[in-house]
Design a protein around this ligand. Structure first.
Ligand code: SAM
Length: 246
């Protein structure tokens, strides 16, 4: 079995934060380093803000996430504020220059209520003219069709402090309108299952996404089809959005 701490450590192995290698990480790192203060919503294990501090960011950095084990990992860095909670619970601070959601965390906002309350709280956390920057997978690319056990990968990850070989895979359980439910599994190389958890993600198309942002008081500054700022087209896999608080 894997502990919650093991699962958080495995996340960092599967999704390392590396602006030198990943266009997405580079895109967000540029925004973070240029902003005086940053609220990272759904910060997970905190890798983005941790690197920002290491790179010399001197402003206010706050990471917000409901997953305690992920935050415990983030708390290895004590000069960033780590807050346990959901996007909807972001403090109405009205002072952040930038709110950011990376790693498709935005898609964890599944219900209409969660979207509305989260966007309202993020809006309230920003100063006038502050930016909300995030990506969501474009539903037209049907990314979930690749989430099946035939795409299992082998990794070596720290489990209870010792490096251990694991196999990890995803399996979709249902696709209902724009909501996809799937299980993520980690197993020993012989297939003995060590951990499974279920996730639910929403795949909003550009039009409903932009309508919800407008309702919450944001205007769209830019919208791209990838993190290299390519245009949003009929084949884009991502909707990368730069929204501005009105
Ligand atoms: C795929 S992880 C991304 C973590 C990190 N941002 C990254 O880029 O590696 C998604 C994160 O969203 C968080 N999350 C889920 N529901 C949330 C909510 N309602 N508000 C804020 N964060 C949420 C999860 O706990 C998880 O840490």
């Amino acid at each position: 079995m894997l502990s919650d701490a093991d699962v958080a450590a495995l996340y960092d192995v599967l999704s390392p934060w590396n602006p030198a290698l990943s266009p997405g990480d580079r895109f967000y790192d540029t925004w973070v380093m240029a902003a005086g203060s940053v609220l990272d919503v759904g910060c997970g294990t905190g890798a983005m803000l941790t690197l920002a501090r290491e790179q010399g960011h001197r402003g206010r950095l706050v990471g917000l996430d409901p997953d305690r084990a992920a935050l415990d990992r983030a708390r290895r860095r004590s000069d960033v504020d780590w807050v346990e909670g959901t996007a909807a619970g972001a403090t109405a601070d009205a002072r952040f220059d930038l709110a950011i959601m990376t790693g498709h965390a935005f898609q964890c906002l599944v219900t209409d209520d969660a979207l509305r309350s989260s966007l309202a709280a993020i809006h309230a956390a920003l100063r006038g003219g502050g930016h909300f920057v995030f990506e969501t997978r474009h539903p037209q690319a049907r990314a979930w069709e690749d989430w099946n056990p035939s795409n299992a990968v082998g990794v070596v990850a720290p489990v209870a402090g010792t490096d251990r070989a694991l196999r990890v895979w995803h399996e979709v359980e249902s696709v209902a309108a724009d909501v996809v439910t799937f299980a993520g599994t980690a197993a020993d190389p012989d297939g003995t299952v060590l951990h499974t958890d279920r996730s639910v993600l929403r795949f909003l198309a550009p039009a409903p996404l932009n309508a919800r942002l407008a309702d919450a008081g944001f205007e769209i500054g830019a919208q791209y089809g990838d993190w290299d700022r390519g245009p949003l087209t009929g084949t884009s896999r991502e909707i990368v959005t730069v929204a501005r608080r009105r």
